[in-house]
Design a protein around this ligand. Structure first.
Ligand code: UD2
Ligand code: MN
Length: 575
């Protein structure tokens, strides 16, 4: 027993070290960037009256937990992905706020485990009053809220701080009229703390808890949640949020008016450092960069013309975490791409898909939900976060962005070499839904997005193209020109004399050519393109890029028009 316990401790410490090391260097590029939060304006009603909050009025009885061992029957087998999760059926019929919070994992540094101040979160407790951040005109709504459909709320979480998860769930219970709340599905994505989700069942009979047997990431977890949801509407929320007053009604009402689409609340930032609730502007929408990095952007002058602060915001993108959608439309439009792992990318796919395939995306300023925005991920990514983000966004680019995927590769070079598996089922979905193309989306939904000029070329000889085969440090060769760009698409950087595919450069290595990371000053990577003779000349070796053996498609370097060797005349053409 002792040895087992020791091993366990060693294991846990090793994990903590790994978590620390992996999360230390926050990769800024894959975090959501929020513009600086505007300070609350004077015309916001109830400006921050009771921000420090109270501990709520939940049942304070002692925990009476009788753990029933789960049997094989409780294990659900997902036919689609062959991944298992359990539905928690243990008896949990009461809940103790203090014990639940006190028994959470803690670290001496309160920012360490969650990337937000856990002590502060614990002190706030299960519930607090927050400022009603809506514009005052929202109170005069003219919509008929008497006949709205009920929603299921789906919250997936991985190693969430107990107090934050509890407050998220409590804010849903307290600020959603009971007849509009079908159930709350908590999906525990295999957190270390077995009781994190399970005990919350003691809060309310509407709470259902699923637990993944292996970590799946938020995409597959949300799908499991959706498959178990009873309501006709699905509302997805992160696990560190606080719903504000009347948050759900505007979302549900909009879906009764226009069922096929997605509605999001305005996401009010809760500061990670002190958990203060801030008010976000109602004049921003979701956008993105060509590296597929989510950004908030100001509404255009045209959109601001005659705009009222409570008008819906037509947005090219949703942030991704907080939104409502009809269950029927969610599944009919293909749910999520189940190939996406852990975190990231799914917000692009669901946004592009909705606009391109007959849906819409609105942000409704009269619905407000606070969310703790963090500066770095508090959790690990089994494959590393850069790699995972590249994979997920590459799936988006390959499936939804048509030729514009090249712009994505320009800006996220590493993605060119990510393995993404079979895209044909998602491409078939795009066919089936008779979706518009990406050009339509850009023209109609995001016309102000700047499209950098394409300067990609092919370099060919007798219809055989110079091809990197998508690999670094591997021999470059010839392949029949396919006209699709990709590994045959090159950029010629005249100032540095580089021939590149994003940040990898055509490089002379002995007599052959390989792709290697571009290095300023590396003479083996410098080629002059002579536009009269159409030759590629490396002055360092005084050599030219030549087809060495056309029959076996070998390319390499050799003397330039000397000693009877004929230098290859390349044809350069725009992709
Ligand atoms: C934003 C979204 C988030 C998601 C993400 C892109 C908001 C407010 N948040 O990032 O919902 O769309 O962009 O993917 O719009 N989680 C798991 N398993 C995991 C990792 C995360 O269940 O392996 C949970 C996590 O506990 C949280 C949710 O997924 O509840 C989103 O993760 P996050 O809060 O780290 O993402 P965030 O807000 O930075
Ligand atoms: Mn979040």
């Amino acid at each position: 027993m002792k040895t087992v316990a020791k091993l366990f401790l060693v294991g846990i410490s090793a994990c903590l070290v790994i978590i620390y090391v992996v999360t230390m260097p926050a990769t800024d590029s894959i975090l959501i960037t929020l513009r600086p939060t505007p300070e609350p304006k004077t015309d916001f009603i109830f400006p921050n009256p009771l921000d420090d909050g109270d501990v709520g009025h939940l049942d304070d009885n002692h925990i009476a937990v009788e753990t029933k061992l789960q049997t094989e029957e409780d294990i659900y087998h997902d036919p689609y992905l062959n991944v298992k999760y359990r539905v928690d059926t243990s008896v949990v019929d009461s809940f103790n706020v203090k014990e639940y919070i006190d028994n959470a994992a803690h670290d001496a540094d309160p920012m360490k485990l969650n990337s937000f101040d856990q002590n502060r979160s614990d002190n706030i407790g299960a519930f607090r009053f927050i400022s009603d951040s809506r514009h005052w005109t929202c109170l005069n709504h003219k919509e008929d809220w008497s006949n709205l459909p009920a929603t299921s709320v789906i919250m997936t979480f991985y190693n969430e701080a107990r107090s934050a998860l509890l407050r998220s769930v409590t804010s849903v219970l307290k600020r959603t009229p009971p007849h509009l709340l079908a159930d709350i599905i908590l999906v525990d994505d295999c957190s270390d703390d077995l009781d994190l989700g399970r005990l919350l069942r003691g809060l309310d009979p509407k709470i259902k808890v699923l637990r993944n047997i292996e970590r799946q990431g938020l995409v597959r977890s949300r799908i499991y949640g959706a498959l178990n949801a009873a309501g006709p509407i699905l509302t997805f929320l992160d696990s560190h949020i606080e719903c504000n007053v009347d948050w759900i009604e505007p979302l549900l009402y909009q879906l009764t008016q226009k069922p096929r689409g997605i509605v999001s609340p305005i996401i009010d930032p809760i500061k990670a450092e002190d958990l203060t609730y801030k008010v976000a502007s109602s004049n921003i929408k979701g956008g993105f960069t060509w590296a597929l990095h989510f950004t908030w952007v100001q509404l255009t002058a045209k959109e601001m013309e005659g705009r009222h602060e409570s008008d819906p915001i037509v947005t090219p993108m949703i942030a991704g975490g907080l939104f409502s959608i009809e269950k029927e439309w969610f599944f009919e439009s293909g749910g999520y791409d189940m190939n996406m792992d852990i975190w990231g990318g799914e917000n692009f796919e669901i946004s592009f898909k909705n606009w391109m395939c007959g849906g819409y995306l609105y942000i409704l300023p009269c619905s407000r939900v606070g969310h703790i925005f963090r500066k770095k991920h508090p959790y690990t990514f089994p494959d590393g976060n850069g790699k995972t983000y590249s994979k997920n966004t590459k799936l988006v680019a390959e499936i939804w962005m048509d030729d514009y995927k090249e712009l994505f590769y320009h800006n996220r070079a590493s993605a060119r070499y990510s393995e993404i598996g079979d895209t044909s089922p998602r491409l078939a979905l795009r066919e089936k839904l008779k979706c518009n193309n990406f050009q339509w989306y850009l023209d109609n939904i995001y016309p102000e997005l700047e499209i950098p000029e394409h300067n990609d070329v092919t370099i060919s000889f007798n219809d055989w193209c110079l091809d990197s085969f998508g690999k670094t440090d591997n021999e470059v060769g010839l392949y029949k020109c396919h006209g699709k760009g990709g590994n045959q698409s090159w950029q010629i950087n005249k100032s540095k004399n580089w021939v590149t595919q994003e940040d990898v450069c055509l490089t002379v290595r002995n007599k052959i050519l390989v792709m290697h990371r571009c290095q300023t000053g590396n003479m083996h990577q410098q080629f002059e393109m002579d536009e009269d003779s159409n030759t590629l000349y490396n002055s360092y070796g005084d050599i030219c890029v030549n087809v060495l053996n056309f029959k076996s498609r070998v390319v390499g370097v050799g003397a330039c028009n000397k000693d009877g060797v004929l230098t290859t005349k390349w044809k350069i053409a725009k992709v």
